[in-house]
Design a protein around this ligand. Structure first.
Ligand code: GDP
Ligand code: MG
Length: 366
């Protein structure tokens, strides 16, 4: 008997929920199992024929990461550097209290928060006070300070020592969970991992469909439930599937909103329990997806989830659309969670492992 069978019955997915809910894309033949509309199927076929150009690798591998990060941060950088450029005359500027005050006001506009803007200002003061400096020198100081504030131990996924690694993905509706899962799954798939997706956001039919399309594009397996199926049962079956086919990684999507926040947190807790019954130390990662365009609101989102869901890391999505990329600083500062990946667009390749040095340079590079 497997060790999890001895646990309380209500924690386990019920047999009726387990039946017929697992589908393996794209070979599912039973129409009642198939949650994908004809339109979505057409999209899958169209998209699965799109092959990346010869020799193209993920951004992190191609060495184009800096360019990509720089491109994604262009809105934040423009807002910031136009502002900072205003501070200087052609013959430089004296670093005095007035300058430091103006610099602080400009840093704050990136949504980096008072504490982080103060830390950067104080560092500029300590290094450059009473000197006449050029903009480049100030930017170099700010870049270095930002890098050191963002430095973190490791961004790598914590893989299970044995058997499939289970990654649970949480966050508010619209933050970019499903898209980030698609991109992450592709990233892992292309690095040689066998990936199974679990469509655990059964609250919205469109979310299942959306994830199914991603699975089709990548060519990985997906486990879906019937509409409004118990997400914990879908999560359980996803892990079961991963074990059965000897997959390396199972990535489970979750709902971002239920009737109440309490329901949502209870649901996440149940998912955690249930996957932990199949694999003892699962989930190995609980990744919180934050929308960087939300600026300071992303911080309250993080607060809502990080404790209740026992998050282990962050994906900062939509950096490309954000002029508030500075929000990453208070997020790192307050939650001490590593930022594992950043979302740099809606395309399948638009994800990169987070790197403090690249990020800081891309944020301030002229
Ligand atoms: P979910 O509700 O958390 O699953 O969010 P979705 O994955 O459905 O994403 C919500 C919207 O944000 C969709 O229109 C996505 O295409 C878009 N989106 C997600 N990630 C990114 C990103 O990194 N960059 C951009 N520009 N858009 C993104
Ligand atoms: Mg979703």
């Amino acid at each position: 008997m497997a060790f999890w069978r001895s646990k309380k019955k209500e924690d386990l997915p019920q047999p009726s929920e387990q039946k017929n809910e697992s589908s393996q894309h794209p070979t599912s033949s039973d129409p009642s199992e198939n949650q994908v509309t004809d339109a979505a199927q057409a999209l899958i076929q169209e998209q699965s024929t799109i092959k990346p150009p010869e020799g193209e690798t993920t951004p992190a591998k191609s060495g184009g990461l800096f360019a990509k990060m720089r491109g994604a941060l262009s809105k934040t950088r423009q807002a910031l550097s136009t502002d900072i450029r205003d501070l200087f005359k052609s013959d430089g500027r004296l670093v005095d209290d007035e300058f430091l005050g103006e610099l602080f006001a400009r840093l704050i506009r990136t949504d980096m928060g008072v504490g982080c803007a103060e830390a950067i200002r104080d560092d500029v003061e300590m290094r450059l006070k009473s000197r006449v400096v050029q903009m480049e020198e100030v930017l170099a100081t700010i870049t270095e300070q930002t890098r050191s504030m963002l430095e973190q131990e490791s961004t790598a996924i914590r893989y299970a020592s044995d058997g499939p690694t289970v990654i649970l993905v949480v966050g508010v509706n619209g933050s970019g969970k499903t898209t980030s899962i698609g991109k992450l799954a592709n990233h892992l798939h292309r690095s040689g991992k066998r990936v199974v997706l679990g469509a655990g956001d059964t609250f919205r039919a469109a979310a299942v469909e959306q994830l199914t399309i991603w699975a089709g594009r990548i060519g990985c397996e997906i486990v879906t439930g019937k509409p409004e199926a118990d997400p914990a049962s879908v999560a359980y079956q996803t892990v079961e599937k991963a074990v059965e086919i000897n997959a390396d990684v199972a990535i489970i999507d979750t709902a971002g909103r239920l009737q109440t926040q309490t329901n949502l947190m209870q649901q996440l807790e149940k998912i955690r329990r249930v996957v932990g019954k199949k694999i003892e130390d699962a989930p190995h990662e609980v990744i919180l997806v934050l929308d960087s365009t939300a600026g300071q609101n992303a911080i309250s989102q993080a607060r809502g989830f990080s404790d209740a869901a026992n998050c282990t890391g962050i994906i900062l999505a939509k950096l490309d659309g954000s002029a508030k990329g500075g929000v990453i600083l208070p997020i790192r500062d307050q939650f001490k969670l590593p930022v594992k990946f950043v979302g740099l667009g809606e395309g399948i390749e638009d994800i990169a492992e987070f790197d403090a040095s690249t990020f800081a340079k891309a944020l301030f590079a002229q």
